[in-house]
Write a protein of this length. Structure first.
Length: 437
């Protein structure tokens, strides 16, 4: 395949150092199974399921065929005061695998939209039950909830916030990352459940009657794979319930099998009121998100005159037929290949492989769960992030795609990964970390 000859100027790339990238581009041209192929013809092992989304691996023919067939049958139809069967069928299918009771489903086109939708539903719900003063949202430091104004307001990553105004009436729990007490925990971190009491403190500060919802990632992904301390999510649930605050789990990364259960909710045994999803809902093939709501939340809004629109919210592409077709084909693959629970089968092997990196120079912490790992490196003096970036570019040259955030490496391969591919991934990473130490 000829190397890239395309002009790179016009595409303003997201979350990218555009000028640096365009001076030395990394282009992926094809993908099949566990591998990408770069535009200069090299095989690149996908250590990140694209961007945490290609859980069934690349190039799935069933999805391509379903999408093609749907485009030929019904390319587009609105869902405002109209409907089409596949959107209802897909919602029904999702309802069958939803966390218990969360089977009322609102479609969006991305995780960011799912988050903003969930926040709006929370406020609308509170108003519907006579709690109209509850308009405040609580997020968490280091949380990532996408890039809408709602998402960055409850999010806790400073670079995503510093340039932009955020919603008034948002506040944050402290994050749970505590490497001093919890470094190299092979299980959930022992320490930090008490950090959930921050919600109690914020209730004391703002008044429960002003707070609509608290939103957290059950496992924080984009900030560098932070696992919930033992007992933390249970405590958050208990405090939220006691104060009439809705609990939203952002499962845009953890949804659809990443942790070894269909949703993180089941992995951690904690039941939220709303779950946001996207990414792997269509195996990344077509943009889509979905908000899973408890029946009680949904039903509270199904009041008043039947001719009244209950929620003034929605997207032109909510329940897009092509996305639904991709999603249905994806669920078929997940079911046929057992992928929603495969990470549980691989977890012990995965952890052992990842923890075998312990002891390499510069590694200060390793965290792993399901088929996810975070590997934290010591930052270089005065140049935070540069060490992991070097690992990232070196890995790409060697034929492995990883993801880095600051000086943390995140791994989240497709759930079809075989043990041999896990070994290859870890060995390439080992060589690279040694070389960049
Ligand atoms: C937890 C979480 N929420 C929301 C989002 C935003 O999703 P999207 O990029 O599809 O808008 C992401 C993306 O990584 C995420 O990890």
């Amino acid at each position: 395949m000829p190397a890239n000859t395309t002009a790179l100027d016009n595409f303003w790339m997201p979350f990218t150092a555009n000028r640096q990238f365009k001076a030395a581009p990394r282009l992926l041209a094809e993908a099949e199974g566990m591998y990408y192929r770069s535009d200069d013809g090299r095989r690149v092992l996908d250590g990140t399921a694209g961007l945490w989304c290609v859980n069934a691996g690349h190039g799935r023919r069933e999805i391509a065929e379903a999408v093609g067939e749907q485009l030929r049958t019904l390319d587009y139809a609105p869902t405002f005061q109209m409907g089409h069967p596949i959107a209802f069928r897909f919602a029904e299918r999702l309802g069958e695998i939803a966390p218990a009771g969360l089977d009322r489903i609102f479609f969006t086109n991305s995780g960011s939209e799912a988050v903003d939708t969930a926040l709006k539903i929370a406020v609308a719900y509170q108003r519907a039950i006579g709690q109209g003063t509850r308009t405040r949202f609580i997020g968490r430091e280091r949380g990532y909830h996408g890039v809408g104004f709602g998402g960055i307001s409850v999010g806790g990553l400073v670079n995503n916030r510093r340039v932009f105004p955020t919603l008034p009436g948002t506040d944050h729990l402290r994050h749970t990352h505590d490497p001093v007490r919890n470094a190299f925990s092979q299980d959930l971190p022992e320490h930090g459940a008490e950090l959930a009491d921050d919600l109690e403190r914020l209730v004391g500060l703002h008044g429960a009657e002003t707070i609509a919802a608290v939103i957290v990632e059950p496992m924080a992904g984009s900030t560098g794979v932070l696992l919930p301390p033992k007992g933390y999510l249970e405590r958050l649930r208990e405090i939220a319930t006691r104060h009439g605050i809705l609990l939203i789990f952002d499962e845009v990364i953890t949804g659809f099998g990443r942790l070894g259960t269909p949703f993180a909710t089941e992995k951690f045994g904690v039941q939220p009121d709303i779950v946001t999803t996207a990414k792997a809902i269509t195996n990344g093939a077509v943009p889509m998100g979905a908000v899973f709501c408890a029946r009680g939340v949904h039903d509270a809004l199904m009041q008043g005159p039947e001719s009244a629109i209950e929620l003034f919210h929605g997207y032109t592409y909510s329940g897009h037929p092509v996305a639904c077709a991709a999603g249905m084909a994806t669920l078929d693959i997940y079911a046929r290949e057992g992928l929603l629970t495969r990470a549980a089968e691989l977890e012990a092997y995965w952890k052992e492989a990842v923890f075998s990196l312990r002891g390499l120079p510069t590694i200060t912490d390793i965290r792993a769960i399901g088929l996810v790992a975070g590997i934290e490196l010591a930052s270089r003096e005065g140049a935070p992030g540069s060490r992991a970036y070097d690992v990232f570019t070196d890995c790409f040259q060697r034929g492995l795609l990883i993801r880095v955030t600051g000086d943390i490496i995140a791994l989240s391969p497709p759930l079809i990964a075989e043990k041999a591919e896990i070994d290859t991934m870890i060995e390439m990473l080992r060589e690279t970390i040694k070389a960049t130490a």
